[in-house]
Design a protein around this ligand. Sequence first.
Ligand code: SF4
Ligand code: SF4
Length: 62
Amino acid sequence: MGKPKAEVDVSNCLACGGCISVCPNDAISMCAGKAFVDKDKCISCAICIRTCPVGAIRGEDY
Ligand code: SF4
Ligand code: SF4
């Protein structure tokens, strides 16, 4: 068990790109018009979760 990884609720994502610009490990990209987290790259810093204006990102365990 590693730390919880970020996960995007695509039904809420507005594709604003905010999470992509703040991720320190380039783990987020735009995929079919929605943000997508590469869990192999996510270091569980939670910055994207605090940044998303609509609360579309959650950690798997928080
Ligand atoms: S939790 Fe941190 S490393 Fe993981 S996707 Fe969000 S900003 Fe990137
Ligand atoms: S910050 Fe939130 S709304 Fe904006 S692209 Fe990322 S997940 Fe989507």
